[in-house]
Design a binder for this molecule. Structure first.
Ligand SMILES: COc1ccc(C[C@H]2SC(=S)NC2=O)c(OC)c1
Ligand SMILES: [Zn+2]
Length: 261
């Protein structure tokens, strides 16, 4: 009904353009990253993450992903530096993942997918008054993308996976205070950066993408806990497992990807 969209056969990424024509725009995300074609730009400074005073509020299943939301009423937790002209406020983070053993990330690297991808979404609180306003502006958002690859247990991810049973159904939300996402960062903050979009409807072309080169390692067991989430609500009789909630790579349309180094 209406602008309903999803990741299934009937409502998936190949159909989004019918309700969201910008899906065929010229700065859509994700993309396939070709490291050897990325331009090393020495003027690109390091990414600076100031998450120490961050205040997570809750964790929720919005029917598309699992989202940890933050209090973004001031500049207490921001990303800055790199390609960004000013600090961008952390609003939420969420994940995209695949089925068992296959694909799952949104960005790919030389055609290769990772098991999952974490998106930390930030907005330009200096230029815009609200997230909504920033989300439609060409310099409104900055999303930090972190790849998750399958391997050993991640020592801190359990803080999230242990809470997932509380938000199994679409529309569920539970308290999730005091979580600092800096524990989910890899050791290196080297990155690729390019101008793109939200990767779900409304697909606004408002995102400065910063994709870290180094993945974090999480276990198959931890990934499997994401797959016990449901796309469907408690009241629905169909129970559809939440997995493969990723958009495939989109045409580069002449864009340049820059590399921090
Ligand atoms: C207009 O508001 C929106 C819409 C969709 C998302 C989530 C999408 S955008 C992305 S990147 N990955 C995702 O799954 C937002 O993220 C804060 C904000
Ligand atoms: Zn995302």
């Amino acid at each position: 009904t209406g602008n309903h969209w999803g990741y299934g056969k009937e409502d998936g990424p190949y159909l989004w353009h019918t309700n969201y024509p910008i899906a065929k725009g010229n700065r859509q995300s994700p993309i396939d990253i070709l490291p050897h074609e990325a331009l090393h730009d020495p003027s690109l400074g390091p990414i600076i993450l100031k998450y120490d005073r961050c205040t997570s509020s809750n964790i929720t299943n919005n029917g598309h992903s699992v989202v940890v939301e933050f209090d973004d009423s001031d500049d207490r937790s921001v990303i800055q530096g790199g390609p960004l002209d000013n600090p961008y406020r952390l609003k939420q983070f969420h994940f995209h993942w695949g089925g068992k053993g296959c694909c799952g990330s949104e960005h790919t690297v030389e055609g290769n997918s990772y098991a999952s991808e974490l998106h930390l979404v930030h907005w330009n609180g200096v230029k815009y008054k609200t997230f909504g306003e920033a989300s439609t502006a060409p310099d409104g958002l900055a999303v930090l993308g972190i790849f998750l690859e399958a391997g050993d247990d991640h020592r801190w991810l359990h803080m999230i996976t242990d809470a997932l049973y509380m938000v199994k159904f679409k529309g569920s939300v539970t308290n999730f205070k005091g979580f600092n996402p800096k524990c989910l960062l890899p050791s290196s903050l080297h990155y690729w950066t390019y101008l793109g979009s939200l990767t779900t409807p409304p697909l606004h072309e408002s995102v400065a993408w910063i994709v870290l080169k180094e993945p974090i390692v999480v276990s198959e067991k931890q990934l499997s806990k994401f797959r016990m989430l449901l796309f469907t609500g408690e009241e629905e009789d169909q129970r559809i497992r939440m997995e493969n909630n990723f958009r495939p790579p989109q045409p580069l349309q002449g864009r340049k990807v820059r590399s921090s180094n």
